[in-house]
Structures are given as structure tokens and as C-alpha cells.
Design a protein around this ligand. Structure first.
Ligand code: NAI
Ligand code: MG
Length: 360
């Protein structure tokens, strides 16, 4: 194999995960024909509710050994609430990957695509195009705290925010590096130092410090409340937005929601140092209501493949996949029902793969 050969762990999971993954792989195969890269796909049936029903657990005990050496994980969706409660399926699989593989960056694009009606009036493709960088391991989502005097008048509940210099600096560095690679070279930080008066001023301090290493990047900050409003009223202001775990959680749903449907949104869970594989997935779940019908929108999964290519260093191929998605969505004929069309999953996926090969 050549230097640009990658071993990818493929985990379809449940429901429509099994329907959209093949379209993602189809597109990656088209990419391998056009660009200087090759993929070896290893398929795994764990991290699914079918696996749980057979084995009584979501994953084998040695799952880390089985997929820890791969270059990336290409993931569909997990969850089948009819047979396995969601907290078991999600905590027994996806959450384990994120934690054990120290995927401390959660990255989501918010980009308005042709053929998708934005819930924001008067916005056209090209006007909204930004990335949300969420800290994924600490911050507000710590398990430090507890309850005392339960059931009495003095009942007291505390949950602490944890910000470490290592944790804050590494997410900021990732965000500045990302901004550096983008044309607009603009970074926005989400804060709330007027209300959360200890940890958020610290976050701001670290942003200011990190910015000195990137003098060519224009940066600003907004309190989270007005920032959320700006996402809706001025989505064209943003390029890279970096936020703590909680703020990032909210923004990374709000941003993509401003650009249309859940069926097209992708996400990456990244370990930038590459000590562990990073995971690329669509934002949506297993969609039991449409599973088995062949009508799921494959674009979220295919766009996740584009993010994986970018992570692997194939920027040109990544851009080509996003352009192929745009070209195909612009044609009504290939839009799935969630976009108001009548296409099926396979026709949409084949059209995108075809658009990539066309330019060979
Ligand atoms: P969901 O994202 O699966 O579905 C929400 C709605 O969006 C449904 O009406 C569905 O038909 C539609 N939808 C989702 N993806 C679509 C696509 N590609 N094309 C067309 N329509 C699409 O969320 P829901 O229903 O809350 O959860 C279902 C299961 O998925 C649960 O078990 C949940 O825990 C799991 N889940 C897993 C995620 C993951 O693996 N990362 C993320 C979200 C939910
Ligand atoms: Mg969320």
C-alpha cells in the first residue's frame, strides 16, 4: 500500500446507520479513484443494539484493541429504543469512544447548502459557512459535586465546572489552527464572564494568550446569550466559533439548525494529536421511524466522510466531496423526502459519487 493508504474502522450501528454507511463508503471509493489515496475498510458489528441482544453488552471487552489502531472510525448511528434503552446503547458505545480515545474536539460545520431551505428568511447558499468547535471532555460537564441533606429543608446540590489549563489551551489551539487554514481567518469565542465570574474570565484570559501566537487571525468574543441571537440574526458574521462544553453543545445544535435539516449535518470527534483514532458521524440518530424504507438522507454521512478526509490530510478530496454534495443537492431529482424530494438513499449517494468521478 502507498503512504496515503488508510485503515478505516466502519461501524454502521442501528437503523438508518446501516443504510447511509454504504453511501458514505461508495463516495470514499470514488474519492480513491480520483485522488491519491486508498482505503481498507474493516467492518464491525458491535456498537449496535443487535449486538447487545446477542451478547448482553454493546461491545466486546477488547473493543479498544480491535479499533484502536485504525486511522479513523466511520460511524453511522446507534440506538434502538424498542429493544435497548438509549442510555445503555449510547453510554455503552459512542460515549466510550469519545472518552477512551480522548476525542476532545467536537467539530460541526454550519453551512447553507443549495436545495435546503434555511429557517432563516432571505439567506442564500454562500452566506452561511462556519465551523463550531466544542470542548468535549471537561468544563460544565464534570461529575464533581453531589447532594447533601437530601430530603430536608437544607437539601443542597452542587455540580462544579472544571477548566484545566491543558484542557482549555488544547481546544483553543485547535480552533486557532483551524481558523488559520480558512480563508476568513476569523475566530469567535463564546464567553459569559459577566455572569460566570471565575471560570469564564479564565477562559477569556487563555483566549487572549493563545491569540498572541496567531497575530494574523482576527478574533472577537461574545457572551453566550447574545451570541445565540447573532447566530440567528447575523450568521454571516462567523467563521470559526470556539466554546466550552455546555456552550458548544447548544451552539453546535443551533448553528446547523440555522442551515436546515438534520439529515445533512455531520460531526467529527477528534483527537488532534492522533494518539487515538478520531470518529466521524452524521449528527442524526438511527431514525427508527423511517428505518428500512430506503429513504434516509445519506448526505450527513457523506459529509462526515469529507470531514474524515480533511482530518487525514486530504483537503482537496474533502473539498471535492462537499462540492459534489452541493452540485447534487442543487438538482431536485436527487433530494430525499426530508428535503421535499422523492429520491431514495441509494440514488442520492450514487449521484454524489458520480459527481466526484465526473471530474476525474
Ligand atoms: P433521529 O435523529 O434518529 O431522528 C429524528 C427525526 O429526524 C426523525 O423523524 C427522523 O426520521 C429524522 N431523520 C434523522 N436522520 C434523517 C435522515 N438521514 N434522513 C431523513 N430523516 C432523518 O433522533 P431520535 O428519533 O431522537 O433518536 C432515534 C435513536 O437514535 C435513539 O435511539 C437515539 O438515542 C439515537 N441517536 C443516536 C445518535 C448517534 O448515534 N450519534 C444521535 C441522536 C440520536
Ligand atoms: Mg447536543
Amino acid at each position: 500500500m502507498t503512504r496515503n493508504a488508510y485503515r478505516i474502522a466502519v461501524i454502521p450501528g442501528d437503523g438508518i446507520g446501516k443504510e447511509v454507511i454504504p453511501e458514505g463508503l461508495r463516495v470514499l471509493e470514488a474519492v480513491a479513484q480520483r485522488f491519491d489515496c486508498a482505503f481498507a475498510f474493516d467492518h464491525f458489528d458491535f456498537a449496535s443494539c443487535d449486538y447487545y441482544q446477542k451478547h448482553g453488552q454493546m461491545m466486546p471487552d477488547d473493543w479498544k484493541e480491535q479499533i484502536g489502531g485504525h486511522d479513523a472510525i466511520f460511524f453511522g448511528a446507534v440506538g434502538w429504543p424498542e429493544t435497548v434503552p438509549d442510555h445503555i446503547s449510547l453510554w455503552g458505545s459512542l460515549i466510550q469512544f469519545r472518552r477512551e480515545f480522548d476525542q476532545y474536539v467536537n467539530l460541526r460545520p454550519a453551512k447553507l447548502m443549495p436545495g435546503v431551505t434555511s429557517p432563516l428568511a432571505g439567506r442564500a447558499p454562500g452566506e452561511i459557512d462556519f465551523m463550531i468547535v466544542r470542548e468535549n471532555t471537561e468544563g460544565e460537564y464534570s461529575s464533581i459535586g453531589g447532594r447533601i441533606f437530601e430530603g430536608t429543608e437544607r437539601e443542597t446540590v452542587i455540580q462544579e465546572t472544571v477548566m484545566t489549563r491543558t484542557g482549555v489551551d488544547r481546544i483553543l489551539k485547535f480552533a486557532f489552527e483551524l481558523a488559520q487554514r480558512r480563508e476568513a481567518k476569523h475566530l469567535t469565542s463564546a464567553t459569559k464572564s459577566n455572569g460566570i465570574s471565575i471560570s469564564m474570565p479564565y477562559w477569556d484570559e487563555r483566549v487572549e494568550k493563545m491569540a498572541t501566537a496567531y497575530p494574523n487571525i482576527r478574533w472577537d468574543k461574545f457572551h453566550i446569550d447574545i451570541l445565540a441571537a447573532h447566530f440567528v440574526q447575523h450568521p454571516d458574521w462567523f467563521d470559526v466559533v470556539v466554546a466550552s462544553n455546555l456552550f458548544g453543545d447548544i451552539l453546535s445544535d443551533l448553528g446547523p439548525a440555522c442551515t436546515g435539516t438534520i439529515g445533512i449535518a455531520p460531526a467529527a470527534n477528534i483527537n488532534p494529536e492522533r494518539r487515538f483514532p478520531s470518529l466521524f458521524e452524521p449528527v442524526h440518530g438511527s431514525a427508527p421511524d423511517i428505518a428500512g424504507k430506503g429513504i434516509a438522507n445519506p448526505v450527513g454521512q457523506i459529509w462526515a466522510a469529507a470531514m474524515m478526509l480533511d482530518h487525514l490530510g486530504h483537503t482537496e478530496a474533502s473539498v471535492a466531496v462537499v462540492e459534489a454534495i452541493e452540485a447534487v443537492l442543487a438538482q431536485e431529482e436527487f433530494r430525499t423526502p426530508d428535503l421535499g424530494g422523492a429520491s431514495d438513499t441509494g440514488s442520492c449517494g450514487r449521484a454524489i459519487a458520480g459527481a466526484i468521478l465526473e471530474k476525474r
